[in-house]
Ligand binder design. Structure first.
Ligand SMILES: *Cc1c(COP(=O)(O)O)cnc(C)c1O
Length: 212
């Protein structure tokens, strides 16, 4: 079942990914390790998790399988140390304080931590993320954070105007020639996201089924 679902998602991506730019992240929050293993068995490498303790258990249990782990959930500042030490990518950096802590807490013996800024692309007051007009002010500080590599941006758009929001994200990325990553698109809108320049799509439900 999971294997068939994953193959189906791979086909959907292939159908719209003209430039072969997209990497699929399997979002496995709340799902058991046996579910992840089914995806791994047919070649899935990238996994996204939202909840730290659950993620750490999975990372440990699957540590010999060469996986790439993405933290995509809300970040409390008292959790940054474990995130910095156990993940390859963090998509949900939404304030400078978090970036500074991740930089301090990333061990020197690890490769740099890949970071995306979560953008509140629709300027919604109740949502987390950096407002588009604040991006420049935050980005200048990354030159002082040697253990991080800022790679680009992530968003969760309002579904009412996802197409326009994805296009806005692509325009923002274009302003920063040294950045190369747009994390956008979930189960219901992955095609739209890819058509508008996504390089990571984050797919949970359509691979692992509904969450309880
Ligand atoms: C849960 C989650 C996803 C996956 O969403 P689906 O609709 O289940 O594909 C993607 N991104 C983030 C940030 C999530 O929290």
């Amino acid at each position: 079942m999971i294997k068939d679902n994953l193959r189906q998602v791979q086909r959907r991506i292939k159908a719209v990914d003209k430039n072969q730019q997209v990497t699929l992240i399997a979002v496995s929050k709340t799902k058991p390790i046996s579910d992840l293993q089914q995806a791994i068995d047919i070649g899935q490498h990238h996994f996204g998790e939202n909840y730290l303790q659950e993620a750490l258990d999975k990372i440990k249990a699957l540590e010999n399988q060469n996986l790439i782990w993405h933290f995509i959930g809300a970040i409390q500042s008292n959790k940054t140390s474990q995130i910095a030490q156990n993940f390859d990518w963090v998509h949900s950096v939404d304030r400078l304080k978090i970036a500074k802590r991740l930089n301090q807490q990333r061990s020197d013996n690890l490769t740099k931590l890949n970071v995306l800024l979560q953008i509140n692309i629709d300027n919604e007051p109740t949502k987390s993320g950096i407002f588009p007009k604040q991006i420049d002010d935050i980005i200048v500080h990354f030159s002082t954070l040697p253990n991080l590599t800022l790679r680009g941006f992530m968003c969760i758009p309002n579904p009412d105007n996802a197409k326009q929001s994805f296009a806005k994200m692509a325009n923002i990325l274009k302003k920063y020639p040294n950045l190369d990553t747009l994390s956008m698109g979930m189960s219901h809108d992955l095609e739209l996201a890819i058509e508008n320049g996504a390089t990571f799509v984050r797919i949970g439900t359509d691979i692992f089924g509904k969450r309880g």
